[in-house]
Write a protein that binds this ligand. Structure first.
Ligand code: TA6
Length: 294
């Protein structure tokens, strides 16, 4: 249950029929929406621009169910849990209800919301460590998310994380991804084989699920039909993941329309695998992604 007051006309909390609490931002600079479940940004649209985030029309919107689209938070593991395959994919942060800790707006309409998730008995049963997670959502003509993890326990722990952003595009067969030229990647569609991109901007021509380790590059989605470029900058992140399910995988996902795959592309800001973070007791780690249009 949210206890934070709204900012009338700028940032207001709403309870949905399914029991989800959402923060709706309508500022002169942008509109946005964040579900407290998963501290999940489900919508971002800069003023005089198009929505930048994809959201499946078939997505679940129910407590404990991941939302398909927007910016899911993957923590404390990415993908299946290595030693507990029975546990939810991508960790539990995206299926837990976070609390809104603070909300502020400037005179120019820039809105900053901070959400918090603390370890408890339920999380410790899934992952035996104590932590505090903060997600700061900074909304202006651009969108900046910062995920900060603090180790509040007595022992070091290692975690993976991702801001698993689904971008709204015109047609995945027409866009190019700039910034990863020549980069090494692990191909999840082919037993994690290690491959290298060519010198041309990266185009999607089939199911694509690639992990780029030790990669700090800014990525740009060049969308000729929308006549825009979506810029994805990041800090505190060594892994980039690029994903499009294409035809067969889309048909296998109950919370994703069979015909939706052309209109989305995930460019994920992450720390996974060999880039996983080890945190000493009392220390913190922050990872940010900044999304803008040029
Ligand atoms: O980031 C790509 C990926 O790991 C894919 O392998 C696919 O599983 C995708 O995430 C979506 O995962 P989800 O658990 O949300 O269906």
């Amino acid at each position: 249950m949210n206890m934070l007051p709204s900012i009338p006309g700028i940032a207001t909390f709403h309870e949905s029929a399914e029991g989800l609490t959402r923060l709706r931002v309508t500022s002169p600079l942008a509109t946005a929406e964040i579900a407290l479940d998963g501290a999940h940004v489900t919508h971002f649209q800069p003023a005089d621009g198009a929505p930048l985030l994809f959201l499946s029309r078939s997505s679940y919107f129910a407590p404990g169910k991941p939302i398909r689209g927007g910016i899911p938070i993957c923590f404390p593991w990415f993908g299946p849990c290595a030693d507990r395959p029975d546990l939810p994919a991508h960790g539990f942060a995206r299926i837990r209800c976070w609390a809104a800790e603070s909300l502020a707006a400037t005179d120019s309409g820039r809105v900053t919301a901070i959400f918090i998730l603390k370890s408890d008995e339920e999380t410790r049963a899934l992952w035996p460590h104590d932590f505090i997670a903060h997600l700061t959502v900074d909304i202006s003509r651009q969108l900046k998310l910062t995920l900060e993890i603090e180790n509040t326990g007595p022992e070091p722990f290692q975690f993976e994380e991702a801001l698993h952003t689904y971008f709204a595009i015109s047609d995945v067969r027409e866009v190019a991804v700039i910034g990863l030229e020549g980069a090494t990647y692990l191909d999840k569609t082919d037993s994690l084989k290690v491959r290298e991109l060519g010198s041309e901007p990266f185009r999607i021509v089939s199911e694509t699920d690639r992990i780029f380790p030790a990669n700090k590059a800014t990525c740009v989605i060049d969308d000729p039909w929308l006549r825009c470029q979506i810029v994805v900058e990041k800090s505190g992140s060594q892994t980039t993941v690029v994903w499009n399910p294409w035809i067969a995988k889309s048909a296998a996902m109950p919370d994703f329309g069979d015909d939706e795959w052309p209109r989305m592309l995930c460019i994920e800001t992450a720390n996974t695998g060999t880039d996983a973070i080890t945190l000493a007791p009392g220390s913190r780690h922050a990872m940010s992604t900044t999304i803008s249009v040029k």
